[in-house]
Write a protein that binds this ligand. Structure first.
Ligand code: GDP
Length: 228
């Protein structure tokens, strides 16, 4: 792990992310061992930008955007036995209905059966968060016992006060009780430490012990950095 300054936490394996493969059927996925974290979100919320920022690798998210791959599950290897999994963006208007119908089962099968899946990062646009697809995904993940960590992305587009207020409003929604949530900006880097910590804790249980602040990391004030 890198600690370039005392307030920043980076989970170094993310920087070593390497594209492995894209699959459209669950049986094409790599062997279900080790640990993986998946990232999901409606199109245009900033999922690719988040992947770029997390891995510091521009070319990586470009892979996921290659035509034909936006509807696939794209798998990236981190360190041995660790993977980052980019789930198909939902809500693409241009996608043919037949293809749209095929994502549901793929996603459902993945979330229901994948033993190595430790948690789901769900990216939302803070200016219009928690749409029907997000609600479906959260409900489904909860039903499968999958932890969800929501990124309220593009927080740089709102004042800090408005962003905090919006997060507080979302936290009051009963269906979101128990869902971890944080402010984020894939553009400015707001909230990046907290996201690295979450992923580290899911992929390497020891990392959790190294960062006892994680338990309180969802509160706005635990970390410095984004509080000025
Ligand atoms: P994706 O379709 O979810 O992969 O979304 P992209 O990563 O392609 O982002 C969609 C648009 O939103 C692009 O124009 C990005 O530059 C912009 N964007 C993504 N994240 C942020 C953010 O945190 N802040 C701002 N201001 N713009 C963002």
């Amino acid at each position: 792990m890198d600690h370039t300054n005392p307030n920043s936490f980076r989970f170094a394996p993310l920087r070593r992310a390497a594209y492995r493969l894209s699959v459209t059927r669950a049986e094409q996925l790599p062997a279900d061992d080790g640990a993986e974290v998946a990232i999901a979100g409606r199109s245009n919320v900033g999922k690719s930008s988040t992947l770029n920022m997390l891995t510091e690798r521009r070319a990586l998210a470009r892979v996921s955007r290659t035509p034909g791959r936006t509807q696939a599950i794209n798998v990236f290897d981190l360190d041995p036995g660790q993977r980052l999994v980019d789930l198909p963006g939902y809500g693409y208007a241009k996608v043919p209905e037949a293809l749209r119908r095929s994502w549901g089962p793929l996603l459902e099968q993945y979330l229901r059966r994948r033993g190595s899946l430790r948690g789901l990062i769900l990216v939302m646009d803070i200016r219009h968060p928690y749409g029907p697809h997000d609600a479906d995904l959260i409900a489904f993940a909860a039903g499968c016992g999958r932890p969800v960590h929501v990124l309220l992305n593009k927080a740089d587009k709102l004042s800090r006060g408005a962003a905090i207020q919006e997060m507080a409003r979302l936290r009051r929604i009963p269906e979101l009780h128990g869902v971890a949530m944080q402010l984020f900006s894939a553009q400015s880097g707001l909230g990046i430490d907290e996201l690295h910590e979450r992923i580290a804790s899911w992929l390497t249980p020891e990392a959790e012990k190294e960062t006892p602040a994680l338990a309180g990391a969802n509160s706005e004030s635990s970390k410095g950095g984004e509080d000025s």
